[in-house]
Design a protein around this ligand. Structure first.
Ligand code: HEM
Ligand code: HEM
Ligand code: HEM
Ligand SMILES: *[C@@H]1O[C@H](CO)[C@@H](O)[C@H](O)[C@H]1NC(C)=O
Ligand SMILES: *[C@@H]1O[C@H](CO)[C@@H](O)[C@H](O)[C@H]1NC(C)=O
Ligand SMILES: *[C@@H]1O[C@H](CO)[C@@H](O)[C@H](O)[C@H]1NC(C)=O
Ligand SMILES: *[C@@H]1O[C@H](CO)[C@@H](O)[C@H](O)[C@H]1NC(C)=O
Length: 447
């Protein structure tokens, strides 16, 4: 297929597929930052772990088993950017290991007094927001201090833990952490529901200091999802549509070329998008959130529509088939309807992802959108120009003909018809389809 646009997206896909593996092999995700490591060392802690979200890090001393209790110390630090705010670190004995059921130490920063910390139990009533989260004693931990470290710039809390070995397995300990931006005395107020707040739980092995790569892989795959969807749905599909619209026969005729370009752009775009889509589904199934309704509905709709469009490869009716007209209308309608949905969903995705370099993402997508828009505009203008030229030419020829007709009465309207714009081109044929529908289509399009 000499006309296809295979190489470019293939390179992208290969780069995208290879980069996480190389990144995973070479990067030590969990290594603490040097400054935080210093801090934990100065507290005699032998272990340190960088957590995947909220810029948080933790260090702890090796757990000692005393009377069936694991006893150790923890420091947990993270940036608190607002003047008011809180940081929480907790353990959860339930198998789910998320917020509900956790016992947590929460340090609160309030401009009206020094930073302070207490212990809490976070239950269902907290999640349902049926009342303030008040401090209470828990047997698992005591919070010793909450303070600012001016080397890391973090706030950090120091707690002693005493975990019963019947309730907790320190080789498989569920931990949660969180940060919020509002508090009232010693009552912390609800945190945000962004992905980074919702992914802030993990199962770690306190003995070896190991922790699964899962959260980091998820963060990585979200970006892969975004990029593949932007390339597949957001770039190749619209390019394929532009090709079908302007290069089929009017204003620019490319015989078979447009068809191969259209089909290959759309099938590669669809495959890339479909892989990205599948990653999205997998990601959504592995995170416990409820914030994706719009993105979810649009995502499924786009995939279903695009699958229908791509089925054209197998199930397109022959050009002489009566059903072909209906197919053409439906393929056009669905094809154009997809484009706005795709771009709405891309911006929706960026809103959910809230990447640190959000503006770069938005700029990239806006750039693609603008480029597509400008190309469409130019081709559309060209279409009009050519159309008007045809009209003028028709008129001129019509005038001449009328003059001739006055002397030569047996040349009828048939020849006027023949010279109406495009019908000539149509007869040369785009090879693939030269049907009446097509003829009507490009006559209609510039009007
Ligand atoms: C201050 C009162 C709090 C309220 C009202 C609250 C509310 C919520 C809500 C409604 C969600 C679900 C978000 C969603 O799915 O869209 C959630 C998730 C979560 N919260 Fe909290 N939260 C509070 C405090 C805490 C604290 C102190 C921690 C940490 C110790 C914490 C850790 C988490 C985590 C890890 C999740 C995500 C996992 C899960 O769904 O359980 N939250 N919170
Ligand atoms: C998701 C994938 C696809 C999308 C979004 C899409 C979209 C479109 C659109 C919008 C048009 C109309 C262009 C115009 O204004 O003239 C069109 C035309 C066309 N497409 Fe697709 N298309 C897709 C996949 C395919 C595939 C896989 C085939 C392979 C058979 C195909 C075959 C055609 C044909 C033959 C036409 C010309 C129809 C006519 O004669 O008017 N399309 N496509
Ligand atoms: C038209 C293109 C896109 C489609 C069709 C699409 C589709 C999907 C689907 C189906 C899901 C699963 C949602 C669920 O089942 O609840 C999802 C999740 C998600 N998408 Fe997209 N998406 C697109 C573009 C993007 C972009 C451009 C970004 C970001 C830059 C993005 C970010 C996300 C994120 C962060 C999630 C949640 C992943 C998680 O739960 O961990 N999406 N997407
Ligand atoms: C750390 O350990 C050393 C030696 O065991 C001890 O002298 C020092 O006081 C400890 N520091 C803290 C903060 O516990
Ligand atoms: C760090 O904090 C200490 C005490 O809180 C203070 O005396 C010192 O000036 C601070 N250092 C810097 C660089 O801010
Ligand atoms: C740990 O807690 C248990 C039960 O609450 C208590 O008996 C034990 O003395 C505690 N150990 C330490 C070192 O605080
Ligand atoms: C604790 O978890 C580890 C790792 O999964 C497992 O090998 C061990 O048997 C568990 N210990 C207990 C007491 O359940």
């Amino acid at each position: 297929m000499q006309y296809s646009c295979y190489p470019i997206p293939f390179l992208f896909v290969i780069a995208i597929v290879l980069s996480p593996t190389t990144a995973l092999a070479h990067q030590h995700y969990h290594r603490c930052t040097a400054k935080f490591y210093e801090l934990t060392k100065s507290k005699n802690m032998s272990r340190c772990l960088r957590l995947p979200t909220l810029g948080a890090e933790m260090g702890w001393s090796a757990p000692l088993l005393k009377n069936c209790h694991h006893v150790f110390q923890v420091v947990f630090g993270a940036p608190l950017r607002e003047e008011k705010g809180w940081l929480a670190w907790g353990v959860n004995p339930t198998p789910e290991g998320r917020m509900v059921g956790s016992r947590a130490a929460i340090g609160i920063r309030d401009p009206s007094g020094p930073p302070h910390c207490k212990t809490y139990r976070v239950g269902y009533e907290t999640r349902r927001e049926c009342g303030p989260l008040r401090p209470r004693d828990v047997e698992e931990m005591k919070c010793l201090r909450f303070e600012h470290d001016n080397r890391t710039g973090y706030y950090y809390l120091t707690a002693t833990l005493n975990l019963s070995s019947t309730d907790y397995n320190v080789s498989k300990l569920n931990i949660v952490w969180q940060s919020g931006f509002d508090a009232d005395g010693d009552v912390p107020k609800k945190h945000a529901s962004n992905l980074k707040n919702i992914d802030s739980f993990e199962t770690i092995d306190l003995v070896s200091g190991q922790c699964s790569d899962m959260a980091f892989i998820k963060i990585y795959l979200r970006q892969v999802h975004g990029i593949m969807n932007i390339i597949g749905w957001g770039t190749l599909l619209p390019v394929g549509v532009i090709i079908a619209r302007f290069f089929r026969e009017f204003p620019i005729e490319t015989e078979y070329g447009w068809y191969y370009f259209h089909v290959s752009c759309q099938s590669i775009g669809f495959s890339t998008g479909a892989i990205g889509w599948g990653i999205g589904i997998w990601l959504a199934h592995s995170s416990p959130h409820h914030i994706l309704l719009t993105h979810h509905v649009l995502g499924i709709t786009i995939f279903v529509f695009a699958t229908l469009q791509t089925l054209a490869i197998r199930f397109k009716p022959g050009k002489t088939d009566d059903f072909r007209k209906v197919w053409n209308i439906y393929h056009h309608f669905l094809g154009y309807a997809l484009l706005p949905l795709i771009f709405i969903n891309i911006f929706e995705g960026i809103k959910i992802l809230k990447p640190d370099n959000k503006n770069t993402w938005k700029l990239a997508v806006t750039g693609i959108l603008t480029a597509l828009g400008v190309i469409t505009f130019i081709l559309e203008a060209y279409t009009w120009k050519k159309f008007i030229d045809y009209k003028n030419q028709d008129k001129k020829e019509g005038d001449i003909r009328r003059k001739c007709e006055s002397t030569n009465y047996d040349q009828g309207g048939g020849s006027i018809n023949k010279h109406q714009h495009g019908s000539e081109i149509n007869q040369d044929g785009s090879g693939e389809d030269s049907s009446e529908e097509q003829h009507q289509q490009h006559q209609r399009s510039p009007q």
